[in-house]
Write a protein that binds this ligand. Sequence first.
Ligand SMILES: Cc1cc2nc3c(=O)[nH]c(=O)nc-3n(C[C@H](O)[C@H](O)[C@H](O)COP(=O)(O)O)c2cc1C
Ligand code: SF4
Ligand code: FES
Length: 610
Amino acid sequence: MQFTAENKAKFDTILARYPVKRSAILPALHIAQEQEGYLSKEAMEYVGSLLELTPAQVHDTASYYTMFHFKPQGKTLLEFCTNLSCALHGADDLIEKTCKRLGIQEGGTTEDGRFTVTRVECLAACGGGPAVQVNGEWVENAKEEDLSKILGGTLEYRPFEWPKSPGEPVMLRNVWKKDSATLAVYEAGGGYANLGKSLKLTPEEIIETVKKSTLRGRGGAGFPTGLKWSFLPKDNPKPRYLVVNADESEPGTFKDRLILENDPHQLLEACVVSSHALKAKTCFIYIRGEFHEAIRTMERATAEAYAAGYLGKNILGTGIDVDVVIHGGAGAYECGEETALLESLEGKRGQPRLKPPFPATNGLYNCPTIVNNVETIACVPIILEKGAEWFASWGTEKNGGPKLYCVSGHVARPGTYEAPMGRITLRELIYDPKYGGGMKDGHTLRAVVPGGSSTPVLLPSEIDVAMDFDSIAKAGSMLGSAATIVMDDSVCMVWMAQRLTYFYKHESCGKCSPCREGTGWMLRILDRIEAGHGEMKDLEVLWGVTDSIGGKTLCPFGDAAIAPPQSTLKKFREEYEYHVREKQCWRKVARTFEEAKAKAAKGALAGAPA
Ligand SMILES: Cc1cc2nc3c(=O)[nH]c(=O)nc-3n(C[C@H](O)[C@H](O)[C@H](O)COP(=O)(O)O)c2cc1C
Ligand code: SF4
Ligand code: FES
């Protein structure tokens, strides 16, 4: 097997972007899979020969990523997200009905080779759940009545209709414009106008301004960005890198996608000024592989920016050089963890490194590296344009700036909304008609995951809390990626914990035992309880397993994985006990848990001796 001449030329262009050949392995495997339909032994040997790797090294990397297939697939690949936000809108039913229509099992291919149907994890389309990708293209808000059109080939693309944010958006000022992803529209809105001025500032001046702005990382941990930047060593002669984390895979999170698909130049301008601040000449934007549209859009915008002199050598005559490389992943949530991301970018399995040393000193190719989230980096030109004081005052104390909030699940208006950080409460985000718009179909609120699947659930009585890092932490959870998943009174909390634990078991990278083994144990116990086969002692065992994972793993994935079972065990224990006592999920007998409890009490009363 060999690449066609066209693919070989494409590969050669890609290869030239990386200082180390192996980094081109994921793009090379994507090209090979696209050409051959799957990754055959010969295809992997060929990729190995191009990159000076053994077939075993190629297979070792390829087998880590869910997007690579080792046997032929159907001509049309239908990938159904069945993670929490999509499952709340009937994703399980939809995939089951699709398989039934095609007469295949999940993961199977029709006999005529036309269709393969698979279940995938969160696609960052949570607001448009149930989300399906048809040969990599979005079909969101998919319903049973769409199936004939999807299978008939007349519905191949229907992305989410992002509802508008109220007020004067800052970060989202461009995304609603027609052709917002083009350079012309970005420039017409003032884009790149301040770039020349910003590049005249010294790197130290920019870092000081970012520090003063109180910008905190939007990727989940909320670490102060300026402080992180100041950890770069002063005396290391090696090249420095900026790596933008666009892996966006935490269930409930679909905010970076809005920028990547609809305002790519905002991010590119931000990459240029941030690279200048960090004295980095190369910036890699690592985009999750499932973001086919975002990767295309960012590549188009990058080419436009090079042609216009906003990227490359001697930008706007300032003598500053910055190259931006768009790098697509291949399906692995763990690649969002910054050191796993760097391993992946180096062409290896996306497994994290032991820290310290931190990426600031020993990052990509063992060089000083800063990893920041898309939204974090996108804030930098805003800070330079409007000033650090403005930025800090736009949010709340120590939580400066505009913030993107995702809302999905059982609300009337799922979407990604902008508000000044912390100047909106969780209640407003859910109920305000300009944001989430309240609960759907007359249901009442049962629980909220405030910051993505790895953050502990909050009760309806706990939602009068400002949506900033410190206030949500005080309320006993985390702001995380500010991805709110809203659940109404029809949702069983054991089922919810089971669903998210399935995700964590599926995504564990397997490098450390507490997480690799523990996620499996948690899932087995939750499966048992949810199916009505659990015993009371399972509740203690489950808690014990969470306890033996929390704080004892190589990376924060372990702490993330225990949040759903631990927080539901704490706050919804009664529901767990019901499953054990009644030997079934309450949803088998009632529409709400309160109703199920009342029925059980009545039954017990009727059975009691007179
Ligand atoms: C399992 C796991 C997944 C993560 N996924 C992402 C992600 O998709 N995007 C992201 O920006 N940060 C993610 N992070 C956080 C990164 O490790 C890192 O803290 C972040 O990219 C730093 O950027 P920031 O300082 O701008 O927030 C993840 C962390 C863990 C432990
Ligand atoms: S905690 Fe999980 S994801 Fe992180 S290194 Fe250990 S096994 Fe891998
Ligand atoms: S896209 Fe389905 S849960 Fe996120």
